[in-house]
Design a protein around this ligand. Structure first.
Ligand code: COA
Length: 176
C-alpha cells in the first residue's frame, strides 16, 4: 500500500551525486517494458562520473526517507527558436534562447507513479529561476520520446512543444 501513496515531499532529499556514497547498482530506470530508449538506465550505470569530470552534466541524487529513489542531470543549454511555438517566441534578435537542460531524469521502478517525476520538474524550474538571477535563463528544456511528450510531460508536467512526427522531440517550460 505504501507503494501507491504520493511521495512524502517533506522527506525528500536532493544532493549532488557522490560516487563513493550513492549506490545505483540495484536500481532500475528502464521503461516498464525494460527498454531504455533515452539511455537513462545506461547513463547512471555506465561511468556517470565521466560526465561530471568533464563539466557537461551535474547529477543530482534524490532520496525518499533516505532511500535512493531517482536521479536527474542538469546542464547549461539553449533551445532553438524554431523549436518554440509561435506564441512563446520572444521578440529579440537571438536565434536561440538560454535554457536549463534537464538532461536525464529517472525514477526507480519501485517509486513510479507517486508524483516524484513531476516534483523533480518543478524543482528544476525553481532551479532555473534562481540561476536567472546571475545568468539569464528563460526556459527549462528536455528531449524525450514523442510518446512521453504526449502522455507525460505535456499533460502532467506543463511542458510545451512544437508538434512533430519525430520519435524524439524537444520540449520546454517557460520559467517566467
Ligand atoms: C517518466 C518518469 C520519469 C515518470 O516519473 P514518475 O515519478 O513515475 O511519474 P509521476 O508519478 O510524476 O506521474 C505519474 C503520472 O504520469 C503518467 N505516466 C508516467 N510515466 C508514463 C509513461 N511512461 N507512459 C504513460 N504515462 C505515464 C502516469 O500514468 C501517471 O498518471 P496519473 O497521475 O493520471 O495516474 C519515470 O517513469 C521514469 O523514470 N521512466 C523511465 C526512464 C525515462 O523514460 N525517463 C524519462 C526520460 S525523458
Amino acid at each position: 500500500l505504501q507503494e501507491n501513496k504520493r511521495i512524502d515531499t517533506d522527506n525528500l532529499d536532493f544532493s549532488i551525486y557522490n560516487p563513493s556514497i550513492d549506490d545505483f547498482s540495484s536500481l532500475d530506470f528502464r521503461e516498464d517494458d525494460n527498454s531504455d530508449p533515452l539511455k537513462v538506465d545506461e547513463f547512471i550505470h555506465k561511468n556517470p562520473k565521466h560526465y561530471v569530470d568533464n563539466h557537461v552534466s551535474t547529477i543530482f541524487t534524490v532520496r525518499h526517507h533516505k532511500e535512493i529513489a531517482a536521479f536527474f542531470t542538469v546542464s547549461m543549454s539553449s533551445i532553438r527558436k524554431k523549436d518554440i511555438e509561435l506564441d512563446d517566441k520572444i521578440n529579440v534578435t537571438f536565434s536561440d534562447y538560454p535554457a536549463l537542460l534537464l538532461g536525464q531524469i529517472g525514477v526507480d521502478k519501485k517509486f513510479r507513479g507517486r508524483g516524484l517525476g513531476q516534483y523533480i520538474c518543478k524543482y528544476c524550474s525553481g532551479f532555473g529561476q534562481r540561476l536567472n538571477n546571475d545568468v539569464a535563463c528563460a526556459f527549462l528544456i528536455l528531449q524525450t520520446t514523442k510518446e512521453l511528450a504526449e502522455k507525460y510531460y505535456e499533460s502532467k508536467c506543463d511542458f510545451r512543444w512544437k508538434k512533430s512526427n519525430k520519435d524524439i522531440v524537444w520540449m520546454y517550460r517557460k520559467l517566467f
